[in-house]
Design a protein around this ligand. Structure first.
Ligand SMILES: [Fe+2]
Length: 351
């Protein structure tokens, strides 16, 4: 090779080396700049590389951890288990993302989201894994605070519902406890039908105030036995709409106002106030309709002997699919006949 050619090749090699060095420096800069902790681990669990954010996250300071075992440097719940990301990725998993508690050097525990991927060499060989760790303590704390505030709000709402329920019943002592008992049965039916906990809360609350509109019905009309005039009947039958009007402005997480509006509707359209039928009636309202009629027939009123629970269940069986939703009726029967449901702990509530 001529001298000039040799010089040229050396120059080219130096330039390539310089470019490679610049590239490594650039990559290192990026590696150290990212705010999430990054760790590269080989197939023997030895740490190959970490960035500054990782050292800070693990509470290690500037100690050199290269060559140390990853499960000693920043241990977590998955260390020494089949869930270990190195074990899983080595067995063929391409990417992992999971939440885990990690133990910092000072003994504190922090929740992290970890993303793990294979670390592949230039010839495609498996060299280990790269993990990216994000501290989610603040997120968790914010989540918890939000949950606490939500729970407090729900408690307050429950208290308000209860207060409203008692206020209505104060006006009509003959039916005291009716809404509470209907709420208890509605909840049992909804549970039997497989509704979620969240949906059950909504049904329970709607049931607890389903007769809220009776606040506009004169007290003497509410408890008066005997036949009512058409006008009086009209006043009483307006109570679902009045309840709806009172509740419609409140932003509940459930369709409480509509459920209250529909609790006297019947499957065949013979109910009131709007004569809705079938699927147009909310399932929540179909549940309360059954619970309402069963409670009313089973309970004592000063002006009449109660038909009793057997008669109440007979009534819903006879009108199943006509007035009452068949699934609700079946669930109600199961509650009484198989699950031992009772309204107030009185034996005569049971069939
Ligand atoms: Fe009612």
């Amino acid at each position: 090779m001529k001298h000039d050619d040799l010089q040229k090749e050396i120059r080219q090699l130096r330039e390539a080396e310089k470019a490679a060095r610049a590239e490594v420096m650039e990559l290192n800069e990026i590696f150290q700049t990212v705010t999430e902790g990054v760790i590269v681990i080989d197939t023997d669990f030895d740490v190959l590389r970490v960035n500054d954010a990782f050292l800070k996250l693990a509470g290690i300071g500037d100690r050199n951890v290269t060559g140390h075992k990853c499960f000693e440097v920043f241990p977590g719940m998955l260390c020494h288990t089949p869930g270990c990301p190195l074990v899983r990725i080595r067995s063929g998993v391409k990417r992992l993302e999971y939440e885990v508690e990690k133990h910092r050097n000072d003994g504190t525990v922090i929740p992290c989201v970890v993303t793990a991927k294979p670390y592949i060499g230039p010839d495609g060989e498996f060299l280990g894994i790269v993990e990216d760790l994000k501290d989610i303590s603040r997120l968790k704390q914010a989540q918890q605070e939000l949950q606490d505030s939500f729970d407090r709000m729900r408690k307050t709402m429950g208290g308000i519902i209860q207060a409203m329920s008692l206020t209505i019943e104060q006006r009509d002592p003959y039916t005291a406890g009716h809404q509470r008992r209907v709420a208890k049965l509605s909840r049992a039916i909804a549970r039997q039908m497989g509704f979620s906990w969240e949906q059950i809360q909504g049904i329970r609350m709607a049931a607890a105030i389903h007769d809220l509109g009776k606040i506009h019905v004169p007290t003497e009309l509410l408890s008066r036995p005997g036949k009512l005039t058409e006008n009086e009947l009209g006043i009483i039958q307006a109570h679902p709409r009045i309840g709806y009007e009172i509740l419609k402005g409140i932003e509940f997480s459930w369709p409480i106002a509509q459920t209250v509006y529909q609790h006297h509707e019947r499957l065949d359209g013979s109910g009131y106030p709007r004569g809705l039928s079938g699927e147009d009636i909310l399932m929540e309202a179909r549940i309360i309709a059954v619970a309402d009629v069963v409670e009313a027939m089973a309970s004592f009123r000063p002006y009449r002997v109660p038909p009793g629970i057997d008669a109440a269940l007979e009534e819903i069986v006879q009108k199943k699919g006509i007035l009452y939703d068949p699934l609700v009726v079946d669930a109600c029967l199961t509650c009484f006949r198989e699950k031992g449901f009772y309204f107030d702990g009185k034996k005569n509530d049971r069939p």
